[in-house]
Design a protein around this ligand. Structure first.
Ligand code: C2O
Ligand code: CU
Ligand code: CU
Length: 502
């Protein structure tokens, strides 16, 4: 061989070896990136049901709740104490419950050594009561938001919203449900015995490092934190005994970045009866329901006497590219909650044909449309700024908001204060799970949605509401904007740039 040939041969084999190593590395990462707990959970802990919050009724008829944010520790696994935060307890919070038309006040005490807030996700209320980043409560401080409940029966929730630290505060355990009832929901023959045939199901993914939570972000996963197992209502490996033919699950995805696609191993159908903002017009038969962070769904499942089944989250079709699916959690699967039916089940009423009347606008005569381009770096090209109001809307008007994600990664979109109707998904009519009242929607890359919403106020030019991606690492990183509701012809003021407590 000539010297030149020899050099070439050496060079070629070197390149081949390098290519194989890189290829092997990618293959290893690819295989390593998939997480599954399917078939691996022992389901040996009884599901904990968050207690219904105690309340009292003031002389003026206001229902009053007390919530204290506090640090603590909880034994998720026997003998291991995990440092946690919670409302009125070690982890998560009680379920608040009120009726349409009632005045409510929540007396909040921040017993943490950090400032935080409490936001009422899905609630229509004055901007000052919203608990967003402008309503910080300093350590040791108090805050007493109050409003009149004026929206349909629904499964809402509450969680902190301090700008830049929401992911951390929620991960440590600050979240709870807020259920609303109304005359219609009281009349309907739906399962409604709380903790018996009407179960709160707060799903969160977690990762442990010994006794402690591991909240690290992995490099390849730009969704933010993705845990390697799930908990329901703060219970690992949970099971729940059921004694009724029909069980209503109020599913809340309280995870910070993970999207689930819930169903059952035998592919049974269940009935979707409610979405974020309340009951659908009629039940929809489904086999899967996809929920991104912040979204809720009320589903009714039929149980057979003596059976065991598992609420499972399956690998997802609607998640974006194969790369995204693999590295941002779309291929992952989890056995979330085991349901154990008694040998004899109490008979349940059949589901009604008609459930409710949607109160979200049909979008026929919007006063204007707006466009939102979702990027991890910011919405419409700018990162969140506390003292900049991005959009000014007029009280009492309906608008259409077109939201687009072509950012190459999954995002979702949440709007404070309103429930909206999804008019279109990529130009088509929405699927059944998007035909109810929504406040949060999932948009894999390549998705455009048109939403209709009405801003009923009250007007407050100086205090904005938020819209943002509810993947909390994205929100914290600036993927959020502010809108103010003003009277016709008025302008928004300049909110304070600080998020200091009071
Ligand atoms: Cu559930 Cu602005 O958040
Ligand atoms: Cu919210
Ligand atoms: Cu996002």
């Amino acid at each position: 061989m000539s010297p030149l040939k020899r050099v070439l041969v050496v060079l070629c084999s070197f390149v081949t070896v390098a290519a194989l190593a890189i290829g092997g590395g990618i293959l290893w990462l690819w295989n390593d990136a998939e997480i599954s707990t399917v078939g691996k959970e022992s389901f040996d802990n009884e599901l904990s049901i968050p207690p219904l919050a105690k309340s009292r009724v003031d002389r003026d008829g206001t229902r009053v709740f007390d919530l204290r944010m506090q640090a603590g520790e909880k034994e998720f696994t026997n003998g291991r104490k995990t440092p946690t935060w919670g409302f009125n307890g070690d982890y998560l919070g009680p379920t608040l419950r009120a009726e349409r038309g009632e005045k409510v006040r929540v007396q909040i005490k921040n017993g943490l050594d950090e400032a935080s807030t409490v936001h009422w996700h899905g609630m229509h209320l004055p901007a000052k009561m919203d608990g967003g980043p402008h309503q910080m409560v300093r350590p040791g401080g108090r805050w007493n938001p109050h409003w009149r409940v004026d929206q349909p029966a629904s499964t809402l929730w509450y969680h902190p919203h301090p700008h830049g630290a929401t992911e951390k505060h929620v991960q440590r355990g600050l979240a709870g449900m807020f259920l609303l009832d109304d005359q219609q929901s009281a009349r309907l023959p739906l399962p409604k015995k709380y903790g018996v045939d009407d179960l709160p199901v707060i799903v969160q993914d977690v990762k442990f490092d010994g006794a402690k939570f591991d909240h690290g972000h992995e490099m390849m996963r730009h969704a933010g934190f993705l845990g390697d197992r799930t908990m329901v209502n703060g219970t690992l490996r949970p099971y729940q005994k059921v004694g009724d033919e029909l069980v209503r699950l109020r599913l809340l995805n309280a995870s910070t970045a993970r999207t689930y696609d819930f169903g059952f191993p035998d592919d049974r159908s269940f009935s979707l009866v409610g979405t974020d903002g309340g009951l659908l017009e009629q039940p929809a038969r489904m086999k899967r329901i996809q929920l991104s962070p912040g979204e809720r769904a009320e589903v009714v499942v039929r149980m057979e006497p003596g059976e065991k089944t598992v609420l499972r989250s399956f690998p997802q079709d609607n998640y974006g590219s194969a790369w995204e699916q693999r590295f941002s959690g779309g291929d992952d699967s989890f056995d979330v909650l085991e349901l154990r039916a008694a040998k004899q089940l109490r008979a349940s009423d059949g589901l009604p044909q008609r459930l409710g009347k949607l109160e979200v606008p049909d979008g026929k005569n919007p006063v204007r449309g707006r466009f939102f381009d979702l990027k991890q770096s910011g919405i419409n090209g700018r990162a969140m700024k506390m003292n900049r109001v991005d959009e000014t809307v007029t009280r009492g008007t309906t608008e259409t908001w077109t939201v687009r994600n072509n950012n190459g990664m999954p995002h979702n979109f949440h709007v404070h204060d309103v429930q909206f109707r999804v008019l279109e998904v990529n130009g088509d009519a929405p699927p059944p799970e998007l035909r109810g009242a929504k406040d949060t929607v999932f948009l894999p890359s390549g998705t455009t949605m048109k939403l209709a919403m009405r801003f009923d106020g009250p007007a407050d030019p100086d205090t904005p509401y938020m819209y943002h991606c509810h993947l909390l690492a994205h929100e914290d990183g600036g993927m959020m904007g502010q809108f103010a509701v003003v009277e016709r012809g008025h302008r928004a003021g300049t909110p304070s740039g600080e998020h200091a407590g009071h």
